[in-house]
Design a protein around this ligand. Structure first.
Ligand code: DX5
Ligand code: ZN
Length: 222
């Protein structure tokens, strides 16, 4: 059984309270920090970037979970401060060089995930199954926090789990991003997801520590 992990979506954090919020994450054993990187073209917004990632790396020991929503990610991977324990996710729709991206990520000791947009079928993963460390399933279209989970997400997680298991990749993780509420999280985990990106739906409103405990209690049963 894969370990359940939480990955707070840092674009939803309060930049005015970043030190306190990351300290709360360290204190509560948060496993990853999700960093959304957008180029205004592949995704219709701008969020976080290299300098933000570098400052987090210097001031917080939680591994980074970098989600690249940019065209030609192969050109940008070298700029990011990544090392062993970090994750970098690349959209299959954003590059014609997914193997090059995976190799560039792994050569730095980090773990390589492939992301599927809501309209991208799981068949897009097929030749990459032996190479990847995990799959990131988008439950919403990339770009903005606060959206609603799109239909078909739960079935897609289950299908991805089946494909990975059939390829002998029971070790590969499934991460889910977008509208991960407690209610949706229970269904996502039931379908085979084990990494949960927490944004506005479950974490960044009210008391962070209470929200972390509530999610773990109700979704992980721990
Ligand atoms: C985009 C982001 C959003 C968001 C997730 O990749 O990661 O999906 O911040 O949080 P919610 O949907 O809960 O606001
Ligand atoms: Zn994301």
């Amino acid at each position: 059984m894969l370990q359940d992990k939480l990955s707070p979506s840092m674009m939803c954090a309060s930049f005015f309270e970043l030190a306190a919020q990351t300290a709360t994450f360290e204190k509560n054993g948060i496993e990853l920090l999700h960093i959304d990187v957008m180029d205004g073209s592949f995704a219709p917004n701008f969020a976080l970037g290299v300098d933000f990632a570098r400052q987090l790396k210097q001031n917080c020991y939680i591994p980074l979970d970098i989600h690249l929503m940019v065209r030609e990610p192969e050109k940008h991977i070298p700029s990011f401060p990544i090392a062993e324990g970090d994750i970098v996710s690349v959209h299959i729709e954003s590059t014609d060089k997914p193997r090059e991206c995976i190799e560039a990520i792994k050569s730095r000791g980090a773990r390589a995930f492939i992301v599927l947009n809501p309209e991208t079928p799981t068949s897009a993963l097929s030749e990459l199954l032996p190479l990847i460390d995990g799959v990131l399933i988008m439950a919403v279209n990339p770009g903005f926090a606060g959206q609603k989970m799109l239909p078909g997400t739960i079935e897609k997680i289950a299908e991805t789990r089946r494909l990975l298991d059939e390829a002998g990749r029971g070790d590969a993780e499934i991460e889910v991003d977008g509208n991960v509420s407690i209610e949706n999280g229970i269904r996502m985990r039931g379908a085979g997801a084990n990494i949960f990106v927490l944004g506005t739906a479950a974490l960044f409103r009210g008391d962070l520590e209470a929200n972390i405990h509530a999610f773990r209690d109700e979704v992980f049963g721990s």
